[in-house]
Design a protein around this ligand. Structure first.
Ligand code: FAD
Length: 397
């Protein structure tokens, strides 16, 4: 997302852009639900993309269930939720003028004077004035530029899934349709909301329920076991959905039977292939490194509770493209300002995400942490802050 936004915006301003994408496949069929905010809309506007109502599913508010299925709290808060694929397709469609090369794994950058050379694992290389590293939370370029900064595992994973509306009975659908729904089992957190269905279908009956269930998994052997497939291969950076072992899926379904209210249990039970990701914290202390910039998750990865991944990526890209394409005489000043501002946003998002996830997992280390965890487990706080449509209220750079 960060790479597409930056590339499309710079190409719009007449800059010659090449995007190097590791994946050989079209990524549009991947991903699940996301919250979107002002910064993404600003990028769409700058690219003359007007999605109108076709941007996602409108929710009227939020609700929290207890384990028996009673609604214990409600909040009226209109919000639009969309799918990763829908946003990806809109941005990809805006990229026709520029070069988008698939199957190119960048493994290094050599910076020299007023330019840089990007090296790919297939032996090819590309000369450029500037390099924008938008290679995600496990960024290879960040690891080169800032070798001491390793993403820190948060102590829990997110199980995720998409279920077609038609796969659920009428009562379950009615209970979940108009609101983002939460349940807070001890030390865990699950949420569910509607997003566009296959082929970006927004018609009632054709959409997907997107759910995310945060569950503690100790670092070391337990996490390694979860990320190891039936053939014994350990997928440290993320296990493909089809490689997750059946025993882990069965354990998840079993936990759903014990911990979730009937409507959310039904959602998990109807999910053909749940998938998972480990939750990490990472934020670079500087995003401008000579001829190279870090943006999106490569710059900072906050926990998904903040619901900011795509919009922060869009914001990084929008402000960077403005600084790069501005007047030459003040470019260095504009880039320094960009760096300071976006480092601030990244660290603020990281802190907010850590606070929101503070009650998930093990026993807090001290009394202050325990009080923080109790605060962030309150249904009213969860409803007000998780993926809040006005994130500025909780970001304090
Ligand atoms: C397929 C996919 C699905 C996702 N689905 C969701 C979702 O449903 N909900 C959500 O909240 N977030 C999702 N995310 C994460 C979300 O996109 C990011 O948090 C956010 O948009 C920041 O984007 P990014 O561009 O910085 O990183 P990413 O979106 O992770 O993109 C990084 C890109 O860099 C490529 N790449 C990585 N390493 C290299 C390399 N060495 N050389 C060349 N290319 C490389 C990757 O293939 C990827 O396309 C998804 C990411 C991906 C890649």
């Amino acid at each position: 997302m960060a790479g597409l936004c930056a590339g499309a915006l710079l190409a719009r301003r007449g800059v010659e852009v090449t995007v190097l994408e590791r994946s050989h496949e079209d990524l549009s069929g991947r991903g699940a639900g996301i919250a979107i905010h002002r910064e993404l809309f600003e990028v769409l506007t700058a690219l003359d993309i007007d999605p109108g109502d076709a941007v996602g599913v409108h929710a009227t508010g939020r609700q929290v269930f207890d384990a028996d299925g009673e609604v214990v709290a409600r909040l009226e808060q209109p919000q639009v939720f969309t799918s990763w694929g829908l946003v990806y397709r809109m941005l990809r469609g805006a990229f026709s003028g520029a070069r988008f090369l698939k199957g190119k794994t960048v493994d290094g950058v050599r910076q020299q004077g007023d330019g840089a050379t990007v090296h790919c694992s297939d032996g090819t290389h590309y000369e450029s004035d500037w390099v924008i590293a938008a290679d995600g939370s496990r960024s290879a370029l960040r690891a080169r530029l800032l070798p001491a900064l390793a993403p820190r595992y948060a102590g829990y994973v997110a199980w995720r899934g998409l279920v077609l509306e038609q796969a659920l009975d009428g009562r379950t659908r009615a209970a979940l349709e108009h609101r983002m729904s939460f349940v807070l089992p001890p030390g865990e957190h699950m949420l569910c909301y509607l997003v566009a269905g296959p082929n970006d279908d927004l018609r009632p009956g054709h959409r997907w329920y997107n759910w995310v269930w945060y569950r503690p998994v100790a670092a070391g052997a337990p996490l390694a076991d979860l990320l190891t497939d039936a053939g014994g291969h350990h997928h440290r950076d993320g296990i493909p959905p089809q490689r997750i072992r059946e025993t882990h899926i069965a354990a998840l379904q079993d936990a759903a039977g014990r911990l979730l209210p009937p409507v959310l249990r039904a959602v998990v039970a109807a999910t053909p292939r749940p998938f998972l990701q480990s939750i990490v914290d990472a934020a670079a202390p500087a995003l401008w490194h000579g001829r190279t910039f870090l943006v999106g998750d490569a710059a900072s990865t906050a926990r998904p509770h903040v619901g900011l991944g795509v919009s922060k990526a869009a914001g990084d890209a929008l402000t960077l493209s403005g600084a790069l394409a501005g007047p030459r005489a003040t470019q260095a000043e504009a880039l320094a300002r960009w760096n300071a501002e976006r480092v601030g946003v990244g660290h603020a998002a990281l802190d907010w995400g850590r606070r929101l996830g503070s009650y998930i997992g093990g026993t807090p280390a001290d009394a202050a942490r325990a009080a923080e965890a109790r605060h962030y487990r309150q249904p009213d706080v969860v409803m007000r802050e998780v993926a809040c449509p006005q994130p500025e209220r909780f970001l304090n750079p």
